[in-house]
Design a protein around this ligand. Structure first.
Ligand SMILES: Nc1nc2c(ncn2[C@@H]2O[C@H](COP(=O)(O)OP(=O)(O)O)[C@@H](O)[C@H]2O)c(=O)[nH]1
Ligand SMILES: [Mg+2]
Length: 347
């Protein structure tokens, strides 16, 4: 069901290893996540695998903390691994949790292990909590997806907390974005405020055993405010109880429907091109800042500027000074980035 672009005839060693050797895959993911090696090495790796990517279907799962995203990811993984036809291939999972470096990924990891797939070559999970070598969580998540794609995973799930612009951007790195809400907390209105309604291709009302009808109505009402143009995809609302697996098959079916709908309405190449028109400026900004700012905006400089502004200096003038220095540095080659790992903690 996924697009199968023709492969170049010779598969390089690096891609062969990614597909056969879980430790090589883990190392590659560490590299693009910025935990090992330099930014230049991460770049080189991503460039080498690029011709072997684009075959996976990527699904972003986003929503408030505790809404059941990890449980749903585990449930979908279970369904896909059970699919007897093999059409779905391996499952790659990227868990992004900048707020809690350990807990989010660890809990999801436990769930995946509970499925008994930890030793299954067809399931691979990586959690991301820090900015990557390439300068940002979105870039790190994108790199991880590319590596899993090159490693032959046919479905890749990206779990990210749907609070804040960064997380929303990460959810939109996927082909299909699923927004998970739960009944009771005025969720539809909150989702509207957080910009989640605009990005959803599919809604899930999880913990539906609590009673999902009210939220379903609110959501429908909120969606009419977003007003899609006629003939546009209308995001379905799927009710699930992730802990029992109820409704998860319906979510799987909704994903297939969305996949087929885009294929039949202009195709995935055109759809992905439109998605990149939105993503590229954001990723470029992230990376540009990571490359250029550390040289000019050192911690000492930052402290001095902040103190001066607090003491009455003009903030706009300070900003312009910093920007002028960055530009001057580019002109003289002085601000050329050191090809080293992103400085931890700053920025
Ligand atoms: N009652 C109920 N609890 C659920 C359901 N789905 C997940 N949970 C529980 O909700 C809590 C948070 O789930 P988790 O998947 O970690 O949420 P996340 O933070 O969105 O990833 C856990 O205790 C789950 O067992 C559901 O459908 N019904
Ligand atoms: Mg989670």
């Amino acid at each position: 069901m996924n697009p199968e672009p023709p492969l170049p005839p010779v598969v390089p060693e690096v891609v062969v290893r990614l597909r056969r050797d879980r430790r090589a895959l883990a190392r590659a993911l560490s590299r693009v996540a910025g935990d090992a090696g330099t930014a230049a090495e991460a770049d080189a790796l991503l460039q080498a695998v690029a011709p072997f990517t684009g075959r996976a279907r990527t699904v972003g799962i986003t929503g408030p903390p505790g809404s059941g995203k990890s449980t749903l990811v585990a449930a979908l993984t279970e369904i896909w691994r059970q699919a007897s036809t093999g059409r779905d291939g391996g499952v790659g999972i990227v868990a992004v949790d900048p707020s809690s470096p350990f807990s989010g990924g660890a809990i999801l990891g436990d769930r995946i292990r509970m499925l008994g797939h930890h030793a299954d070559a067809g399931v691979f999970m990586r959690s991301l909590a820090t900015r990557g070598a390439l300068g940002g969580l979105a870039a790190a998540a994108y790199g991880a997806v590319r590596i899993l794609d090159a490693a032959g995973m046919r479905n890749i799930l990206i779990e990210t907390v749907g609070v804040g612009q960064d997380e929303v951007d990460i959810a939109q790195l996927a082909d299909i974005t699923v927004v998970v809400l739960v009944p009771g907390m005025g969720d539809a209105v909150q989702a509207l405020k957080a910009g989640l309604l605009e990005i959803a291709d599919i809604f899930v009302i999880n913990k539906a055993e609590i009673g999902a009808d009210r939220l379903q109505q609110d959501l429908r009402a909120a969606l009419t405010l977003v007003a899609p143009h006629p003939g546009a995809w209308r995001p379905p609302i799927v009710q699930t109880v992730a802990t029992t697996g109820a409704g998860v098959a319906a979510l799987d079916a909704a994903l297939d429907q969305r996949w087929a709908w885009v294929a039949g309405h202009g195709g995935w190449a055109a759809h992905r091109a439109r998605q990149w028109e939105r993503r590229l400026p954001h990723l470029t900004r992230e990376r540009l800042a990571a490359r250029l700012l550390p040289a000019v905006l050192t911690p000492a400089r930052l402290h001095a500027l902040a103190t001066a502004i607090a003491g009455g200096a003009d903030a706009q003038a300070a900003l312009n000074d910093v920007i002028d220095e960055v530009i001057a540095g580019i002109a003289t080659g002085g601000a050329a980035p050191a090809a080293g790992p992103a400085p931890g903690g700053s920025g």
